[in-house]
Write a protein that binds this ligand. Structure first.
Ligand SMILES: Nc1ncnc2c1ncn2[C@@H]1O[C@H](COP(=O)(O)OP(=O)(O)OP(=O)(O)O)[C@@H](O)[C@H]1O
Length: 227
């Protein structure tokens, strides 16, 4: 479903964010990207969404070659992607429900259909009771779960989450992660970047990056049970 073949990304002559990355992610996998700040995790996720293009190598996402995709093809690609990136903040001038409805309205859904689906998405992340609230009145963890609802409201095949638990306390972080895992459980492919070692203990697949290179990568068939 996602394939990187000998991919490098240079932002400038002196900044190599990714170097010779080869990996593949199967449909329905939950993959954590780990590694220190500046390792290239965000760049890797952005490439899957064609927010950045490879300098060398090939990135294939659901059959699309990201290096060759035309700008006119981007909306079609992104319709299959749920993006949870820090820069995509919730809009403070509309309530939670309207924020979650937005991707559907943009794609031409009717208001009634968009509202019904947005309420279902909020229900899935446990925040239906906050539908009428202003986003800025929610906790950081609740805002992240609204972002997840907004990302999945179009029923994407792939969720990309860049540090979704950054700056959250443990309880909020666990709720955010549980919401993401619930989508993985129904077959959505998820890639999540994190600094949080605790999440990696229960993961089934982790790719460690450092200085733009994969330094370690493993899969296990059953998650480790925490003592
Ligand atoms: N738009 C950009 N222009 C120039 N350099 C960039 C750009 N985006 C990222 N970089 C550089 O590329 C490298 C990888 O950055 P990236 O954001 O992918 O790492 P990261 O692992 O996600 O880090 P963090 O955990 O801090 O978010 C860093 O050296 C960063 O400074």
């Amino acid at each position: 479903m996602i394939e990187f073949r000998q991919v490098s990304k240079k932002y400038t002559q002196n900044v190599t964010a990714l170097s010779d990355i080869t990996l593949s992610v199967n449909k329905g996998e939950l993959v954590f990207l780990a590694g220190p700040s500046g390792a290239g995790k965000s760049t890797l996720l952005k490439m899957i969404a064609a927010m950045e293009r490879p300098t060398e190598g090939t990135v294939i996402v659901s059959g699309h070659d990201i290096g060759r995709i035309k700008n006119s093809g981007l909306p079609y690609l992104r319709r299959n992607l749920g993006l949870i990136f820090q820069q995509q903040r919730l809009l403070s001038d509309r309530n939670v429900l309207a924020n979650v409805m937005l991707p559907l309205i943009v794609c031409g859904a009717s208001r009634s259909d968009a509202e019904r689906r947005a309420r279902a998405a909020l229900d899935k992340v446990g925040l239906l009771d906050k539908a009428s609230s202003a986003p800025q009145t929610l906790s950081g963890g609740e805002q992240q779960r609204v972002s997840i609802a907004r990302a999945i409201v179009n029923r994407p095949q792939i969720i990309l989450a860049d540090e979704p638990t950054a700056n959250l306390d443990r309880e909020s972080a666990n709720k955010v992660l549980d919401a993401l895992k619930a989508f993985h459980a129904v077959g959505v492919t998820c890639l999540i970047s994190t600094h949080d070692e605790q999440f990696l203990d229960t993961a089934t697949r982790v790719i460690y990056l450092d200085h733009g290179k994969i330094i370690e990568s493993w899969r296990r068939t059953t998650p480790q049970v925490m003592a």
